[in-house]
Design a protein around this ligand. Sequence first.
Ligand code: T6T
Length: 324
Amino acid sequence: RKLLTALAAVAIGASVLAAPAQAQDKKYTIALIPGLTTDAFYISMRKGAEAAAKVVGAELVFQGAPDFNPVTQTPVLDAVIARKPDAILIAPTDKVQLVQPLKKAADAGIPVITVDTFIGTGKYQTGAGDADFPLSYVASDNILGGRIAARALAKAIGEKGKVYVSNVKPGISTTDQREEGFKDEMKNYPNVTVLETQFNDNDANKAASQMQSVFARNPDLAGVFGANLFSALGAANGVQQAGQSGKVRVAAFDAPASIVDNIKSGLVDIAIAQHPAEIGYFGVLSAYAHLTGQSIPASIGTGFTVMDKSNVDKPEVAAFIYKE
Ligand code: T6T
């Protein structure tokens, strides 16, 4: 009889213990809205987000626009809000233009976390301004990334000569900060001249033809910093088309397989690989933590892996090549 009583007590204990777990068994739906859908950076982010969703038993909805543009991203956001997900993770395509559309989500009671890019100043939950309402910002340190690019490019060109930044368009938090960090760091190299930035609208072909015009005007051009995947790809192609491979040096932000091929061929000197899967993973975990009553940090920083010819074949480095 004693044994039976003991077993019953254990069983009761177990069911008491199981009760809170059952209460948390609600299946949350977490939406991830990328900057654009067909970008290896966001495809890798999605994989990390899906991995985390699996761990916490949430459903991940991935819905985005075909180009990196607030005009096409806003209706996607509106459609996602109408589906009433439990949380929204988004890479806003403009610091200012996405504020009001995202406010609609917050006003509808949907927690917002921004991943990769931010709105406003990126300082959230401060009680200041009209764009501090997202709960958290999960991203690379883009100013630091720009500094790393400047140091690497300065080294590649022997710390002297003309360089320029190939960038997307003003108003994007990430690429603005990369340019800022790059230019600030280049102040440490008095013999390096930074020419006017060329904006390519996230179009690699445009970036390639801009590279050729900059080179035509500056035949002594020494280097170029491609501030995101498409800028870097275009700049590298432009260097190749101008027959300047290995002469005009290239520092690339982002690490799709094509840029890694360019590193191997000597067209690109370094690539600063972000950790997009980590951004997606911790974005989802943060959303889940918030939904289940935990407090979360207002900002989570993920790291970089700097790739060059000497290390890109090592498995621990190659692991950060973006997935397509
Ligand atoms: O560089 C990434 C991302 O960090 C940036 O915000 C936009 O461009 C990329 O998606 C690369 O194409």
